[in-house]
Design a binder for this molecule. Structure first.
Ligand code: ADP
Ligand code: MG
Length: 693
């Protein structure tokens, strides 16, 4: 159970004053649903209102706080003209301008003849000093409330700066004092503030330095989050290790048969990774290994050989894929090979129902099935193995820690191999996988040619389309990606449909369309037609992102390439260049192009090395690229920015290790405080491992 001290932060945002059904959705879009989501909504900058010149000396284009007397109101004559209020001090006149100003309200704020403190952006207009919509208007007695430094929060349509500032304040008022979870000596050495003062410092900054990513307050809060992340991973790992592992060591007979049936031999990197995996499996501990390899580096075969080793040792193996398409594709490549070795391979997805599903479950339970491939359907409760020795999880970033645990829990001491095609910078591997052992496929299968990547404005569409005629008549197959962005999914889908129609008009009926809204079988049919060469062009939203393999496809066109993060662009481009034919990738962008987008596209043009791209991605991402982060499978941090706080991550990992050595059940005083930390950052799945452990 969540410690009750955190309850105020987990209360719905509607419990704050003034947040009703109308505003709640706006705040939800801006920060989230709970009061606690507001405390991480930090100012993007500040406004200094301490500049208090006389009217005549107030420079244009700067924020000033003026003390003035109200002379007269000039209500607007028509709705097009603003309401004006003339004020003055001993040096001159300043006009306050209000569009759509309400007279009764303005007369109450600015009564004739009274003194007011007014703060806002000064403009000089027709030799007059003006402030349009002052940010603050207060009586002299409240002068101090506007004279300081004010945080400026990121906003969303429908919420004003004043509203957000007030709401964040209200949330901060609910922030409890929490027990200190940091090691006292470490905290002192870093000169970090306590948790609550750190938060306050960020929300009530006195200078730009206070809100910088390098401020002491910010570093402390970043470290908290990284520690929660690392501790949770360490706990899950310890939990997995607690279950006694088993030594799985086969005689190599199945592997020899499949190797003989393979049309190629393993690359050096594949052989090395496989040897690492086999060595882990042969040990009496539980394997927890990550296999990292760029798209097309040949992870599937490695997984198959690992499965064969488990089967040789008398157990079963399972391969979990994130999508139906991918599970089917694995099945199509793997089953002929496994059958050559006399094995029974089955496929289980959400589409299997009733009798056929029951038959598969029965054979899985009896052990008649040696290797099963599938989607989430494999994790369901009624899926029972005779003896699951190895669980392989492909494209793991689509799955949470819990699902990884769930699949592994179907066996006893089951070895776990996680595969990812997202090249992750070394520092970030830590955040997603803790200190899992990692094997890297850093060498591509032989015969691949470099991909010719070009960056072009979408305005050259006609020329681009015409340019495809020749390769198509020469038999080329083309992926054409039109991205979907959540917020405008409908219109984006319409754009993909339009493009499909457009290309059909130009090239005839051999143009297909797949998108996320299509039902599974319909999607598979189109994909299969493309794979079989019945279609020349496949227009797709990003459903092709993960793992699809059509070696004959040699051209990738990506519209709105500027909308994608680097990791995604890299994944998409990896769909081509898989066969022996020369491949190309056209990145089409819409103008204007932001500096960051320009830099991303330039990197894509310059290199194909996923690990280089990943490092650049981290460097460029800074705070903004939410789309990229979400889809890369890395945890999203609220306080930590790994481009800046990378070195804190290593410290957090060491800290987590020490904690696990000294107080693995988190039962001491610091342990109790750390539990609060884990709940604060919603890493409670880790705490559950303690209880079930
Ligand atoms: P990924 O790592 O993206 O999952 P795959 O396992 O799908 O890559 O492999 C990509 C392609 O490379 C497949 O067509 C596969 O048959 C082929 N392949 C894998 N290993 C080798 C190899 N050692 N030599 C030649 N081709 C290989
Ligand atoms: Mg794969």
């Amino acid at each position: 159970m969540r410690p009750s001290v955190l309850n105020p932060l987990f209360a719905p945002i509607t419990t704050l004053p003034g947040i009703g059904p109308r505003l709640a959705p706006l705040y939800q879009r801006l920060v989230g649903e709970r009061v606690g989501d507001l405390i991480w909504h930090w100012p993007a900058g500040l406004v200094d209102r301490s500049h208090t010149p006389k009217v005549a000396a107030a420079p244009a284009g700067k924020i000033a706080t003026l003390t003035v007397r109200v002379e007269a109101h000039f209500p607007s004559a028509s709705s097009k003209r603003p309401y004006r209020v003339r004020c003055f001090d001993e040096t001159g006149i300043v006009t306050l301008v209000f569009f759509h100003g309400r007279e009764d309200w303005l007369r109450r704020q600015l009564p004739d003849g009274e003194w007011r403190v007014v703060s806002g952006m000064v403009e000089h207009f027709n030799n007059e000093v003006q402030i349009t919509h002052p940010d603050h208007i207060v009586p002299l007695a409240e002068k101090d409330s506007v004279m300081g430094v004010e945080p400026v929060y990121p906003l969303t349509a429908g919420l004003t700066a004043k509203m957000v500032t007030k709401t964040v304040r209200a949330a901060l008022d609910r922030v409890p004092d929490l027990p200190e979870w940091l090691d006292a000596a470490w905290k002192q050495r870093q000169a970090w503030p306590d948790w609550k003062p750190a938060l306050t410092c960020l929300h009530q900054p006195q200078s730009e330095a206070d809100i910088g990513a390098d401020s002491l307050a910010r570093r402390r809060l970043a470290y908290d989050e990284l520690l929660a992340n690392q501790l949770a991973l360490a706990m899950v790992r310890a939990h997995m290790r607690k279950v006694k592992g088993r030594a799985l060591q086969g005689d190599g007979s199945l592997r020899a048969k499949v190797a003989a049936a393979l049309p190629f031999s393993l690359t050096g990197a594949q052989a090395r990774s496989l040897a690492e995996i086999e060595a882990d499996m042969a040990k009496p501990f539980r394997m927890l290994r990550l296999l990292q390899g760029d798209v097309g580096s040949g992870k599937t075969v490695v997984a198959l050989f690992a499965a064969l080793a488990a089967i040789e040792a008398g157990t079963q193996a399972a391969l979990l894929a994130p999508t139906e398409i991918l599970a089917r594709q694995h099945f199509a490549t793997i089953s002929p090979l496994a059958q050559a070795a006399g094995l029974r391979v089955a496929l289980l997805t959400g589409r299997d129902k009733g009798r056929p599903r029951e038959a598969i479950l029965a054979d899985l339970k009896s052990g008649a099935i040696n290797l099963i491939l599938g989607t989430h359907a494999l994790i369901q409760d009624d899926v029972v193995f005779h003896d699951l020795g190895l669980a392989v999880i492909d494209e793991q970033h689509r799955f949470g820690v819990q699902q990884r645990l769930d699949l592994a829990a179907k066996g006893s001491g089951t070895d776990v191999l996680v595969m990812t095609a997202t090249p992750i910078p070394r520092t970030l591997v830590l955040t997603a996988y803790g200190d899992m052992e990692a094997s890297r496929l850093d060498e591509k299968p032989p015969g691949r040619q470099p991909i010719d990547t070009r960056v072009l404005p979408a305005s050259r569409m006609d020329e681009i389309v015409t340019g495809l005629r020749r390769p198509i008549s020469a038999g080329a197959r083309i992926y054409w990606v039109c991205p979907l962005v959540e917020e405008s999914e409908n219109s984006d889908l319409a754009a993909a449909e339009d493009r499909h129609r457009h290309l059909e008009q130009v090239f005839g009926p051999r143009v297909g369309l797949v998108h996320g809204r299509m039902k599974g079988p319909a999607k598979d049919k189109v994909m299969a037609a493309f794979a079989a060469g019945l279609l020349d062009i496949l227009v797709a939203t990003t459903v092709i992102e993960v793992g699809v393999d059509v070696p004959e496809a040699t051209i990738m066109v990506i519209e709105h390439a500027e909308r994608f993060g680097l990791a995604q662009l890299h994944q998409l481009r990896g769909r081509v260049g898989r066969g022996s034919g020369a491949s190309s990738c056209l990145l089409l962008y819409e103008t204007p192009l932001s500096e960051a987008a320009k830099a991303r596209l330039e990197i894509m043009r310059a290199t194909e090395d996923g690990f280089v791209i990943a490092e650049e991605d981290l460097r460029l991402r800074g705070g903004g690229e939410i789309l990229g982060t979400r889809q890369s499978g890395l945890p999203e941090f609220r306080a930590a920015d790994l481009a800046v706080h990378g070195e804190l991550l290593a410290a957090a990992r060491d800290d987590a290790k020490l904690i696990m050595d000294r107080d693995p059940d988190l039962s001491g005083p610091r342990g109790q405080a750390l539990r609060v930390l884990l709940y604060l950052f919603e890493r409670d799945a880790a705490i559950r491992t303690l209880r079930s452990g």
